[in-house]
Design a protein around this ligand. Structure first.
Ligand code: NAP
Length: 492
C-alpha cells in the first residue's frame, strides 16, 4: 500500500478506541476490564467463536492439568466443575459463558484476521486480512504463545496415505475405532490423548524423540452432592481455589530456585517412573535431564496405558514417513491408518505477522536477538502497545489465568494514566527495559530450564522465555506500573 493510499484509508477508518487482538481467555479478560472501566474497545478475532486454545484444541483426553478451581477467573467462580482437572470442552464452555455474561459478543468482530499494525499519526493503523483498515489509540496483543501449529520436518510427511492431522486441528470425521493409530510427540498433548485412544485403537504407537518426566496427580470427579454444596456455599469453591493457589504458587518455586520444592518435584517424578513394571519400557521412558527442565507432564494414566498389550512406545527415531506409515531408523515400517502430529507449537513466533513501532522499526527487527520487553507487557519504541502473556510471562510457573488477570489490570493502569496526560502516548524507557532484561538473564541462571534439555520454553537465542522468579515476585513487580520507568511522548 502506498503512503497516499494509507493516508486516505486511515482517515476513513473506524476508530475503535482500544483494539484487542484475539478473543481467547486473555482477550476476554481485557475486554471485561475495559468494559467495566467504560472505555471503548473492539476485540478482533480471526475465528467465529471465543475461547482461543480451548476452541482450537479438541483432541480426545484434552483437559487442563491446572486444577479447575484455580484455572478460573477470580471474579467468575464456577461451582459446577466436573473434575479436579476438567475437560477442555467444559473449560471452553466456561469462557463462552463468561463472554455471554459480560455481553462481549457485541464487542467482538469475528472472522477478522489482523496481519499488520503500525503506529502512525499518534495511533495504531491496523490492517485486517479482509482489506479493512481500523484505527485504535491502543493496541493489545492477546494472541498467546501456543497457537501456531508446529508441523514436523520429517521426510515423506505428505506421502502418508492414511488420515493425518495436527493435534490442534483434530479431524473428528476420521474413524478411530479399530484403527492403527500413531502419535508423534509425547508432550502434555500426546500424553493426554494416549489413554482414550488406547480404548478405541486396534494398535496404538507413540513415537517418542525425547523421554518426558511425568508427575502423577490424579484427576477425580466432583460428585453432584459436592457441586450442590459448592453452589449453596460459594465459600467452599473459594476455599478450594485458595488451597490450590497456595499449593501451586509455592510448588512452582521449584522451577526457579533449588530447594525443597525442586526436590519434591524430582522425587515425585522418579518414584512414579519406578511404577512401570516392564524394566525395558521403564528405561525407554527415563529422561536424561532434570525433572521440570521441559514442561512437566502430569498424568497417572500414561504409564499404565503404555503397558497395555496393543500399545507401543517407539524410541528408535523416525527415519521417514511413507504411504503406509512411519519408518523408524531401524528400517521397520509401522503401518498406520491414522497419524496424529502432537508436535506442539511454534512458541516463539510471537503475536501477529507485522507490528511496527516508532521510526518504522518492526517487532521482529527489535527482537532480532530474542524478545526484549519491559516486564513482559510493553516494549520500548512501541507506544500504546501491550502484550498479554508475552515473552517471559510466568506461564511455566503459575496459572495462566492469574497471569492474564494481573497483566490486564496493569495494562488498564497504564491506559488510565494517560487520562492525566491528554495527547500523549505511553511506552517504557529503553533503559528500564534493558535493566529488566539484565536482571532476567541473571535470574535465569538459577532456573531448572537451563539445566540441559531442549524444550519449547527456550527461544532460538538459547534463553528461556519464562519468568525466572517466584509467583509473589510476579505480583510484586506487576502490582502497579512504576511510571518513572515509562515515558510519555506526543501522540498528536
Ligand atoms: P510440546 O510440549 O512442544 O511437545 C511436542 C512433542 O512433539 C515433543 O515430544 C517433541 O519432541 C515432539 N516433536 C516435535 N517435532 C518432532 C519431530 N520432528 N520428530 C519427532 N518428534 C517431534 O507440545 P504439546 O504437547 O502440544 O504441549 C505444548 C504445551 O501446551 C505444553 O507444554 C503445555 O504448556 C500446553 N498444554 C497444556 C495442557 C494442560 O493440561 N494444561 C495440555 C496440553 C498442552 P522433543 O521433546 O524431542 O522436542
Amino acid at each position: 500500500m502506498g503512503q497516499g493510499d494509507r493516508q486516505a484509508n486511515t482517515s476513513e477508518a473506524r476508530n475503535v478506541g482500544t483494539a484487542i487482538i484475539g478473543a481467547g481467555m486473555s482477550g476476554l479478560v481485557m475486554g471485561i476490564r475495559l468494559k467495566n472501566a467504560g472505555r471503548p474497545f473492539r476485540i478482533l478475532e480471526k475465528a467465529q467463536s471465543v475461547g482461543g486454545t480451548w476452541r482450537e484444541n479438541t483432541y480426545p483426553g484434552l483437559a487442563c492439568d491446572v486444577p479447575s478451581f484455580f484455572y478460573a477467573l477470580s471474579f467468575e467462580p464456577n461451582p459446577d466443575w466436573s473434575h479436579r482437572f476438567s475437560p477442555g470442552r467444559e473449560i471452553c464452555e466456561y469462557f463462552e459463558g463468561v463472554a455471554k455474561k459480560y455481553r462481549l459478543h457485541d464487542d467482538i468482530d469475528f472472522g477478522i484476521e489482523i496481519t499488520d499494525a503500525r503506529f502512525e499519526d499518534g495511533g495504531w493503523t491496523i490492517q485486517a486480512g479482509n482489506g479493512e483498515v481500523i484505527r485504535a489509540d491502543f493496541l493489545i496483543d492477546a494472541t498467546g504463545p501456543l497457537h501456531i501449529k508446529n508441523y514436523p520436518q520429517i521426510e515423506g510427511l505428505d506421502d502418508f496415505e492414511g488420515t493425518m492431522f495436527h493435534s490442534a486441528a483434530w479431524d473428528h470425521s476420521a474413524p478411530l475405532e479399530g484403527k492403527r493409530i500413531g502419535v508423534i510427540g509425547n508432550g502434555s498433548t500426546g500424553v493426554q490423548m494416549m489413554a482414550p485412544l488406547s480404548k478405541v485403537a486396534s494398535e496404538l504407537t507413540m513415537f517418542q524423540r525425547t523421554a518426558q518426566w511425568v508427575y502423577p496427580i490424579g484427576n477425580r470427579t466432583y460428585t453432584e452432592r459436592e457441586r450442590k454444596w459448592t453452589r449453596r456455599l460459594p465459600v467452599l469453591g473459594a476455599l478450594t481455589r485458595f488451597v490450590y493457589r497456595q499449593l501451586f504458587n509455592r510448588a512452582s518455586a521449584g522451577v526457579v530456585e533449588d530447594g525443597f520444592w525442586r526436590k519434591q518435584m524430582a522425587k515425585g517424578c522418579r518414584e512414579h517412573l519406578e511404577t512401570v513394571k516392564d524394566p525395558e519400557l521403564r528405561e525407554k521412558l527415563r529422561p536424561d535431564y532434570e525433572p521440570g527442565c521441559k514442561r512437566l507432564v502430569m498424568s497417572t494414566d500414561f504409564y499404565p496405558t503404555l503397558e497395555k498389550e496393543h500399545v507401543h512406545l517407539e524410541t528408535g527415531g523416525i527415519d521417514h514417513i511413507e504411504a503406509g506409515g512411519v519408518v523408524t531408523e531401524d528400517g521397520k515400517l509401522h503401518e498406520l491408518d491414522v497419524l496424529v502430529l502432537a508436535t506442539g507449537f511454534s512458541a516463539h513466533e510471537w503475536g501477529i505477522a507485522n507490528v511496527v513501532g516508532l521510526n518504522g522499526i518492526g517487532q521482529k527487527e527489535a527482537w532480532a536477538e530474542g524478545p526484549r520487553t519491559y516486564r513482559s507487557v510493553t516494549m520500548p519504541g512501541f507506544p500504546n502497545f501491550f502484550m498479554i502473556v508475552g515473552p517471559n510471562s510466568p506461564i511455566g510457573n503459575i496459572s495462566i489465568i492469574e497471569v492474564s488477570e494481573t497483566q490486564t489490570r496493569y495494562i488498564l493502569d497504564c491506559i488510565e494514566r494517560l487520562d492525566q496526560s491528554p495527547g500523549k502516548a505511553i511506552m517504557p524507557r529503553r533503559e528500564a527495559a534493558e535493566r529488566f532484561q539484565a536482571k532476567l538473564g541473571e535470574a535465569m541462571k538459577d532456573t531448572i530450564w537451563v539445566t540441559g534439555c531442549s524444550s519449547w520454553y527456550v527461544g532460538p537465542d538459547g534463553a528461556p522465555t519464562l519468568w525466572p522468579w517466584t509467583a509473589p515476585e510476579f505480583h510484586r513487580q506487576m502490582k502497579k506500573p512504576d511510571f518513572v520507568d515509562f515515558e510519555f511522548i506526543d501522540a498528536v
